[in-house]
Design a protein around this ligand. Structure first.
Ligand code: SF4
Length: 460
């Protein structure tokens, strides 16, 4: 299949390739995620979230083998902690579905319900989100199956603990405020969402049902932000202004060894910029299994946790993970880069995001003091990062530099294709030269502003 055929999207936004793949998959009644593969620059892409974001090691290994056999062997973990398999063809999607079924991997139907990655095993978790997810799926089954809900509708259930979900935006978020009480908020992350109800689990489920009904009435494509505020106030008299919601214990980086409150060790690993080759993943999983790991949990931040490692073996697995191309140490600069699939993987991309990311890591360490995220986006769609960041968006002419914004925002500077390495080096040097004592890279960039940055980039 050529890129041209993938790009040949008809007026309804669906290619012939997608229709054929979807029809084959539906007829087998397999994993619902496989009913809607997306056309990209390297073939079809399937995104799936296994139940609870959890897989046994043999299941994850099966998925990796299937990705190599039926796709191009590239797997990704998204910023929300979902799994993507790339490079599939219309005729191989059904084979992947069959392998997923045979491995006993369950992918729940309906909108994704994302729950805290260490659910059920983190002693600091305030309440177990799996019970809440089960209640939602059991009591709101018909509403959740409504075709009038937006395909991208997101529901987050945050049990809090060591790794909560406070940074994930969601249409509907449920946060454990105590073992028996849940707070329901809509449209945002833990800083920006609007609280509508606090109460026991039944009240929280009922509130979610009300919000889903409102969304279903509004029609397909509607999101929580589209609900009339007056209607919301009438339905939820306890609604309040957005305020910081309860969140996890501390904000920890995903990568590295983590000792939970009960002494158990989990190892967080991140594939380089969220993308990994099946062979590397299989090598890591084999080694981890040999050291006692039994399960993985997908996690927001483009990575996963290995569970069950013997504490004394964990450092060896950590070292081996690095040899297999994974970040397994906290504080690596790559943590602060969000790069999309880029050219070679996505037909819309204007540049190779990962190659540029590696060059920037080597040439401009001054950018990575932890104060800012660098977002490398192959085009203005901005798949890799939905929050304001220092952004380089690929265009037909080169790169748009946005100092603090989204990929589609108006650029602060335009950089010609051949000058990108020079421009990045100038930007980093300008921060080094102008930063005041104790000033972060982000604060320095804000102070320099468009004028200061433009001046720095134009110097020869
Ligand atoms: S941001 Fe653009 S180039 Fe990058 S993966 Fe999304 S659509 Fe492709």
């Amino acid at each position: 299949m050529g890129i041209d055929s993938v790009k040949a999207i008809d007026r309804r936004g669906e290619t012939e390739l997608q229709r054929r793949a979807a029809a084959k998959t539906r007829s087998r009644g397999a994993c619902p995620a496989l009913a809607a593969p997306m056309a990209t620059g390297d073939g079809l892409l399937v995104r799936l979230r296994p139940a609870g974001g959890a897989l046994t090691l043999p299941q994850f290994t099966t998925l990796a083998r299937a990705a190599a056999a039926h796709g191009n062997g590239i797997l990704e973990i998204t910023a929300r902690g979902n799994l993507q398999i790339r490079g599939l063809q219309a005729e191989t999607v059904a084979q992947l579905a069959s392998d997923i079924d045979a491995a006993g991997i369950t992918v729940p139907d309906g909108p994704a319900i994302e729950i805290s990655p260490l659910h059920g095993i983190d002693p600091e978790e305030v309440s177990d989100p799996t019970a809440m997810e089960l209640s939602l799926r059991g009591k709101l089954q018909d509403l959740l199956a409504s075709p009038r809900l937006a395909p991208k509708l997101s529901i987050v259930v945050d049990g809090r603990g060591a790794f909560g979900l406070s940074a994930l935006t969601a249409d509907i978020r449920l946060v454990a405020s105590s073992q028996t009480q849940w707070l329901v908020a809509i449209n945002g992350d833990s800083e920006t969402a609007t609280p509508i109800v606090v109460g026991p689990a039944e009240a929280a489920v009922s509130a979610v049902g009300e919000v889903l009904s409102l969304l279903a009435k509004l029609g397909q494509g509607s999101r929580a932000r589209d609900i009339d505020p007056a209607l919301l106030r009438a339905r939820f008299p306890a609604i309040s202004e957005p305020r910081p919601l309860p969140s996890g214990v501390v904000k920890r980086p995903l990568a590295g060894l983590h000792r939970l409150a009960d002494g158990k060790t989990v190892l967080g690993v991140r594939p380089e910029f969220g993308q990994m080759r099946a062979a590397d993943l299989i090598a890591l999983l084999d080694l981890a299994a040999a050291h006692g790991a039994a399960e993985i949990r997908l996690a927001p931040g483009r990575g996963f946790f290995l569970l069950g490692l013997a504490a004394e073996a964990a450092p060896a697995v950590q070292t081996a993970a690095a040899q297999c191309g994974f970040s397994a140490q906290a504080g690596e600069n790559a943590e602060h880069i969000a790069a999309c699939a880029g050219a070679g993987a996505c037909g819309s991309a204007f540049y190779e995001t990962r190659a540029l990311a590696r060059r920037i890591l080597a040439a401009a360490p001054a950018l990575f003091d932890g104060s800012l995220t660098l977002h490398l986006s192959g085009c203005a769609k901005g798949c890799a990062h939905a929050r304001p960041a220092l952004t380089l968006t690929g265009t037909a002419e080169g790169y748009d530099l946005i100092l603090s914004g989204l990929a589609a925002d108006r650029p602060d500077e335009r950089i010609a294709g051949g000058r990108i390495d020079f421009a990045i080096e100038r930007l980093a040097r300008s921060i080094e030269d102008n930063r005041g004592a104790g000033e972060s890279a982000a604060a320095c960039l804000t102070r320099l502003g468009t004028t200061g940055v433009s001046k720095a980039l134009r110097q020869d």
